[in-house]
Design a protein around this ligand. Structure first.
Ligand SMILES: Nc1ncnc2c1ncn2[C@@H]1O[C@H](COP(=O)(O)OP(=O)(O)OP(=O)(O)O)[C@@H](O)[C@H]1O
Length: 295
């Protein structure tokens, strides 16, 4: 065996070829870098950074042409512009970078590894009665094409959104939810925040998402649902005034036009566990493959 390895090595050396030794740390590094790059590219694709990336590719192509033609003045300007450009990118994309870091912080990798989970005690988040009340209200509102935005708190406290609205402290009931979103009533605008079995606030303002992935046919209500779920780990239900479709958003992703049974199964799930982006994507994929959602 050793003879074979030596023979192969001398053969490679003869042709000036060199195969580096790959250790298990190299493999780990390759996996980590591939994972990080993949996620950065996905993030770029879903934000304004996508247009920026295309701009950078064009600039790099122009610089390469300048190198080939030895255009020294242009190369000098490009060299000086790089450091300023990097600072400018950080300033321009500060909101996206902040959101990306927040999303990273929300991933359960570290809490799982080191055990510092600041979540609540292991008990049901809300009762199955609350699930039924939310579902009844949602589909009643959908039937009448009354727009609604219901934010269900998971692990992260939604105080920021809560404070932007009018404080309530009422047990969740379908009648109350329907009443809140009734047109031309003082509380119908904005979102309702549900914490446990109670509605804590109405007319709340959620941060609008600036994601390019949101369909152009959707307006600010859906954009607010996506934006709200980008910043916090909440589960958001949207009823469209235009179509009567029920959609849900988690982690900046939206599933449109879902059926009551699907919504019930997910609300039952988050009664006991936190729904994160990964499980939401898996659910989205399954619904798509089963043809249960229309996009
Ligand atoms: N940032 C926000 N936070 C909470 N609610 C919002 C926000 N922006 C808009 N809304 C709600 O969305 C309503 C406007 O919805 P709009 O028609 O623009 O959205 P849409 O996504 O097209 O929904 P629909 O299908 O219901 O028309 C507002 O009246 C308000 O109630």
């Amino acid at each position: 065996m050793e003879d074979t390895v030596t023979a192969i090595n001398s053969l490679l050396q003869q042709y000036s070829l060199y195969i580096p030794q790959i250790t298990w740390t190299d493999v780990i590094e390759i996996i980590i870098i591939a994972y990080v790059l993949y996620n950065v590219l996905i993030w770029i694709k879903d934000t304004r950074a996508w247009a920026l990336l295309k701009g950078i590719i064009i600039v790099v192509a122009l610089v390469m042409i300048a190198v080939l033609l030895n255009l020294r003045t242009i190369l000098w300007i490009a060299g000086k512009a790089i450091s300023v450009g990097i600072i400018a990118i950080v300033i321009i994309f500060q909101p996206e970078l902040r959101r990306a870091l927040e999303q990273l912080g929300r991933k359960r990798v570290f809490t799982g590894l080191f055990g510092f989970d600041f979540g609540r005690p292991q008990q049901d988040r809300f009762s199955s009665r609350t699930v039924e009340e939310i579902i009844n209200a949602t589909y009643e509102l959908a039937k009448d094409k009354t727009g609604a935005l219901i934010v269900i708190e998971q692990d992260m406290l939604l105080s920021e959104y809560e404070q932007s609205g009018i404080e309530l402290d009422a047990v969740v009931s379908s009648q109350l939810l329907i009443n809140i979103f009734e047109h031309n009533t003082p509380l119908h605008d904005g979102a309702v925040i549900v914490r446990g079995d109670r509605i804590v606030s109405a007319t709340c303002y959620l941060t609008l998402s600036d994601s390019n992935a949101i369909s152009k046919e959707l307006g600010t209500r859906h954009r607010a649902a996506v934006g709200g779920s980008e910043n916090f780990d909440c589960f958001i239900i949207v009823v469209s005034e235009e179509t009567g479709y029920v959609s849900v958003a988690v982690g900046g992703e939206l599933i449109r036009n879902i059926e009551g049974e699907e919504l019930r199964s997910k609300l039952e799930y988050i009664r006991h566990k936190t729904m994160d982006v990964k499980s939401f994507r898996l659910w989205k994929g399954r619904l798509k493959s089963e043809g249960k959602i229309v996009e």
